[in-house]
Design a protein around this ligand. Structure first.
Ligand code: CP
Length: 301
């Protein structure tokens, strides 16, 4: 995996994913290892982030590496009209690896093509969020003790949800049955569904949230993302489509867990936070170990 960019979760084979999750387990046991002392990591966030940027930066710090960053393109020369290509070429000469989030789909692939160092896609528009996917897989494995033969229920914005797209593609390696819950306007796109069909896996589509809950091993809630709608009226129509409450979880599988990539708005009621099924804040912690493993593997240390 050394010196390879991570742009789409499809860039990693099933074996590479499993090997990375194994390595993440080692970092969970021993998170402080100064193996990146000679490395500089650039985090370029052209879109807001709390978990992805800070868990990457925490991962680098725990491994003894140095971080250079901008968290707001308004404070970089992009504001003066500099192209993404020139920005990336410049940052390559200051760093050994770039972590980039950008609002435009395909921007991370473009950056990796002009970069002389590996690029990790930290989210490109509504396309993919492969490192979130890896921590989601790690969280699913930790809570279910397996990745194979699970029923995954995905709820909310399946159309623009980049975390959903990456996770569906990855879970296709593991004989998953998908329960896809969304408003009609926000169904999973055909370009992602084709991965399910290619593997002849089962999937069911719903507009109602309660029907699939008793079948689910994992309920993966997502936010309806205001920033992805060009028409605010369309957002207003669907913004409160789903709110998962504690009351809805009366008939569930014994090990069922609720995941969410976060941030949440109102799609999980706070009364769920107190239940043993609520795993979303632990999920965010797992991001550190998975990102430590990813940095170490890509940099070959
Ligand atoms: N899950 C996720 O990408 O969160 P942030 O937007 O806070 O990075």
């Amino acid at each position: 995996m050394k010196s390879k960019s991570l742009i789409s979760i499809s860039d990693f084979s099933k074996e590479e994913i499993l090997q990375l999750l194994d390595r993440a387990k080692e970092f969970e046991k021993e998170p402080i290892q100064r193996i990146l002392e000679n490395y500089v990591i650039a985090t370029l966030f052209f879109e807001p982030s709390t978990r992805t940027r800070l868990s990457f930066e925490s991962a680098v710090s725990r491994l003894g590496g140095k971080i250079i960053s901008f968290t707001d393109s308004m404070t970089s020369s992009v504001q003066k009209g500099e192209s993404l290509k020139d920005t990336i070429k410049t940052v390559c000469s200051y760093s050994d690896l770039i972590v980039m989030r950008h609002p435009r789909e395909g921007s991370a692939r473009f950056a990796s093509e002009v970069a002389s160092v590996p690029v990790i896609n930290a989210g490109d528009g509504a396309n993919q969020h492969p490192t979130q996917c890896l921590l989601d897989l790690y969280s699913i494995f930790k809570t279910q003790k397996r990745l194979d033969d699970l029923n995954i229920m995905m709820v909310g914005d399946l159309k623009y949800g980049r975390t959903v797209h990456s996770l569906v593609i990855a879970m296709c390696h593991f004989n998953t049955t998908f329960h896809l819950v969304s408003p009609t306007e926000l169904k999973l796109p055909g370009s992602v569904k084709v991965h399910i069909k290619d593997k002849n896996l089962k999937y069911y589509q719903y507009t109602d949230i309660v029907e699939a809950i008793p079948k689910a091993d994992i309920i993966y809630m997502t936010r309806i993302q205001k920033e992805r709608f060009s028409d605010p009226i369309e957002y207003e129509k669907v913004k409160n489509s789903y709110i998962l409450t504690a009351e809805m979880l009366y008939t569930i599988k014994p090990d069922m867990k609720v995941l969410h990539p976060l941030p949440r708005i109102n799609e999980i009621s706070e009364d769920v936070d107190e239940l043993p099924q609520a795993y979303y804040f632990n999920q965010a912690i797992n991001g550190i170990y998975v990102r430590q493993a990813l940095l170490a593997n890509i940099l070959g240390v």
